[in-house]
Design a protein around this ligand. Sequence first.
Ligand code: PHE
Length: 342
Amino acid sequence: LKGKYLEGISGAGDETALEEIRLAALGKKGEISLKMRELGQMDPAVRQAAGAALNRLKDEIDAALRAKKAALADAALDERLKAEWLDVTLPGRPRRMGTIHPVSQVTEEVTAIFADMGFAVAEGPQIESDWYNFDALNIPPEHPARQEHDTFFMARAEGDDRPPHVLRTHTSPVQIRAMQTHGAPLRVIAPGRVYRMDMDQTHTPMFHQVEGLAIDRDLSMANLKWVLEEFCRAFFEVDTVELRFRASHFPFTEPSAEVDIRCSWEGGQLKIGEGDGWMEILGSGMVHPKVLAAGGIDPNEWQGFAFGLGIDRLAMLKYGIPDLRAFFESDLRWLRHYGFAG
Ligand code: PHE
């Protein structure tokens, strides 16, 4: 009897089958219940032994039924979990969005501002010939300015005694390329990477410049000054800026000026156009006649002004970031801290 029911229970495939077995054994008219009822007519001596045995049997079957029922429920839950693994009621997992790097953002802003003033974008290679990077810009081989550029030189093939190519040390060679390609009149800016062997809080071996070049008849420093002031107003989003032109020297401009912007730092907060501090932002000047000639333009007919802005410096100023090196470490925590990454 016991074997029959236990076997039946372990083989039951669902709750309905289990219930049938329960009824057959322990239900009102179940086999075991009937036997229990028969106890009444038995001999007291036999009854005691039979009663105990029947009770044990009943308990055993009962326990087996419960255990099987729980196992079936577990299996059913597993099935459901597998079938319904997509819970559309769970909240969505947010995905972080990528954003534009501050240097790229500033490059785009600068480009847009100069585009409004009629400047087109020009480009040149980052590995540049000695001639474009130096000679054409009036920096001949023995010129002291060459030392100041901390140049990275490219390796030369054995037996090649031409001057080695360089990683361009500034965007100024693009002036020559633009002149050769488009001639005069001309208005271009050239944003891009430049390289110098230098590394500290405000210098990295790779950094970014925007070159500006305008060539026309009757251009003067006054035009340069207006363009730069207009640019600074738009870039720093202020009504008035004060620029200081300091006499300087670049071989490729004459006269030359370095330009500072009036600003103040208060509690890590930069204010443009007020305070008693000055921050250098660019080099500039009137294009040297020799440079116009190297670009194939007649210096007797045309004048030009040129400037070179440090993009990374502009980004540091605009976003109040003290260390330039962090710009190029691709640390997402840093980008998020300054609000550049989602
Ligand atoms: N090329 C100069 C530099 O890298 C900047 C500059 C550009 C100066 C154009 C004058 C005119 O420092």
